[in-house]
Design a protein around this ligand. Structure first.
Ligand code: IPE
Ligand code: IPE
Ligand code: MG
Length: 244
């Protein structure tokens, strides 16, 4: 019976772009008296499943927050295990991602990554360019304030070298200076883990995004939970400031 509900897609409005703050891995591991890195591994497995569920729902863009600029402050041991996990993940699931038509993109200060992880993400992006079932956009060493300041600096350069004038800047083309300015804004943001905050994720892009917070920890997130988020999204009235 459960599956019947999972597969019920009539009356669902499918968002074009879903964003997820994948939070709660550490607490998930702690509850099981295991090291945090085991929680991150479970989180990576969950991402793999969620990508598949998103393609089942015909969601075209999925952006996930995997590692923030602030996460560099964590212990060397935890940071190392996360950086190694990136390499492990793409090594293990390259074929599967290809078979599922997953195009990879990355946003964030990738030059901060250790060489091996950087190589792996660059290759994943390059090798997947032709795929078009879903774009999986992974935020790594990402901070939204950093992205906005970086955009201002790039705009300053465009002014200095004369490729743009001051009055040409608009809300639409300012995002051209972002890491992936061509991607549409998210329609739905899901944050598992119980916290109700944005934690420096996509501040500009989330201006009119519908927010959905769920207490479950990320490794416990289920297809049913995704369905519930989509059902709730379908019930929302997006007015964009209009008086409809
Ligand atoms: C999210 O899980 C993954 C990263 C931030 C890298 P956490 O590691 O933040 O898990 P909690 O919030 O401590 O449970
Ligand atoms: C946000 O989670 C970053 C990621 C999930 C990658 P955090 O666990 O870092 O956020 P805070 O510290 O709860 O705000
Ligand atoms: Mg957390």
């Amino acid at each position: 019976m459960k599956n019947l509900k999972n597969d019920k897609t009539e009356n669902l409005k499918i968002p074009n772009h879903v964003a997820i703050i994948m939070d709660g891995n550490g607490r998930w591991a702690k509850k099981r008296l295991m090291p945090r890195k085991i929680g991150h591994r479970a989180g990576a497995e969950k991402l793999r499943q969620v990508v598949r569920w998103c393609t089942d729902y015909n969601i075209k863009h999925l952006t996930v927050y995997a590692f923030s600029t602030e996460n560099w402050q964590r212990s060397q041991d935890e940071v190392n295990s996360l950086m190694n996990l990136i390499v492990e993940f793409f090594g293990k699931y390259e074929d599967e991602l290809r078979a599922e038509g997953v195009r990879l993109r990355f946003i964030g200060e990738l030059s901060d990554l250790p060489e091996k992880s950087l190589e792996v993400v660059q290759r994943a992006e390059r090798d997947s360019q032709e795929r078009n079932r879903i774009i999986l956009n992974i935020a790594l060493s990402y901070g939204s304030r950093q992205e906005i300041v970086r955009a201002c600096k790039l705009y300053g350069e465009a002014l200095l070298n004369g490729t743009m004038t001051n009055d040409q800047l608009t809300i639409e083309n300012f995002s051209d200076f972002f890491y992936a300015g061509d991607l549409p804004d998210p329609d739905l943001l899901i944050r598992p883990g119980g916290e109700q905050r944005i934690s420096n994720f996509l501040l500009w892009q989330l201006s009119y995004t519908e927010m959905y917070f769920i207490d479950k920890l990320w490794p416990d997130f289920s297809k049913e939970d995704l369905y519930e988020a989509l059902a709730e999204y379908s019930r929302r009235d997006r007015r964009y400031g209009d008086a409809r």
